[in-house]
Write a protein that binds this ligand. Structure first.
Ligand code: PEP
Ligand code: MN
Length: 337
């Protein structure tokens, strides 16, 4: 429920209403604006109905939040959220290129790939230390050693790092060493993991489940926000359809749709979205045209030798070319890389 206070409402009244929301076991939200204060109350609908704020003289209006997700919805938060990953800002008109290898393989590989990302204009370095692979016989990542190598490479090229969390037992380590935490497609509805990153104190990039609807993604984001973390970034990475010509079907219509429904930044991953390096640049440019807040792209200094996702990884020269194309496209749209 959204409670809009009258401009003359006093601080004491606002505090009293917030206390009442809390005393009913509901989650209170306090959103002071330039002209008036807006309050929110989240929780059981029957309890919300008992608040009776309509009768308060200092209350201008009381409106239910119609969307099933509350904290992620634009109803509650009309302006675009800006989320900081280290010194990079995601959302709010900015466009962020996030790039790096699929997996951290060794010091030389991650360093060379990080340099390629930086040269192309990336603002954040990505790299998997814990890899959720379809086959148990595929490379599973180097775990804590991989994370340390990613941190070292990020520090050397001057980029903040994002890496995937697959197990709550590794949360403290990731929250300590990484600048942002990624939840992958296979874990989008792993609710225990979502609740855990709600308390991580680091931004979270939530990737769309490969069989998840847009509303499922938003509900999963709601889990993270309801557990105390406002810094959530959504990521469209393709979904399973009958089409097998591409690894997944990149749903670019989801970008403007998500941005209409939610204030959270939306990143597109054309690498996992297509599975083919020739399709990565066209889809990255299309994502920018569709209004995405950034793209996340896999780059490898030597894709044929990559231990994972070589066929969709860009060569360093392609990465640099994509950076230039994105800058030109964004310039035409009145935005910047
Ligand atoms: C990744 O980005 O490293 C990854 C594994 O992607 P996804 O979860 O989208 O498959
Ligand atoms: Mn990958």
């Amino acid at each position: 429920m959204i409670i809009v206070m009258k401009p003359e409402a006093t601080e004491e009244t606002v505090d009293r209403l917030l206390d009442k929301i809390k005393s009913k076991g509901l989650k209170p939200l306090h959103m002071p604006g330039a002209e008036r204060v807006v309050l929110g109350a989240l929780g059981d609908e029957r309890v919300l109905a008992e608040l009776g704020f309509e009768a308060e003289p200092s209350v201008e209006s009381v409106k239910p939040i119609l969307s099933p997700y509350k904290l992620v919805s634009r109803e509650l938060h009309p302006h675009d959220s800006r989320i900081a990953i280290g010194d990079a800002v995601i959302g709010g008109g900015k466009f962020a290129l996030i790039a790096g290898p699929c997996a951290v393989e060794n010091a030389e590989q991650v360093q060379a790939s990080a340099e390629a990302a930086k040269k192309a204009g990336a603002r954040v370095l990505r790299g998997g230390a814990y890899k959720p692979r379809t086959s148990p016989y595929s490379f599973q990542g180097h775990g804590p050693e991989g994370l340390a190598l990613l941190r070292e490479a990020g520090d050397k090229v001057g980029l903040p790092i994002i890496t995937e969390l697959v197990d709550t037992r590794d949360l403290d380590l990731l929250a300590d060493k990484a600048d942002a935490i990624q939840i992958g497609t296979r874990n989008m509805q792993n609710f225990e993991l979502l609740k855990a990153v709600g308390g991580a104190g680091k931004p979270v990039m939530l990737k769309r489940g490969m069989a998840a609807k847009v509303d499922d993604l938003l509900m999963a984001a709601e889990y993270i926000m309801a557990s105390g973390n406002d810094d959530v970034i959504l990521c469209e990475r393709g979904i399973r359809t009958f089409e097998t010509a591409t690894r997944n079907t990149l749903d670019l219509a989801a970008v403007p749709l998500l941005k209409e429904k939610s204030h959270l930044p939306v990143i597109v991953d054309p690498s996992h979205g297509t599975g083919k390096r020739e399709l990565v640049a066209p889809m990255a440019l299309a994502a920018a045209a569709a209004g995405a807040d950034g793209v996340m792209v896999e780059v490898h200094y030597d894709p044929p030798s990559a231990l994972s996702d070589g066929p969709q990884s860009l060569y360093p020269e392609q990465m640099e070319a994509l950076g230039n194309q994105l800058a030109a496209m964004l310039g035409a749209l009145g935005r910047e890389l």
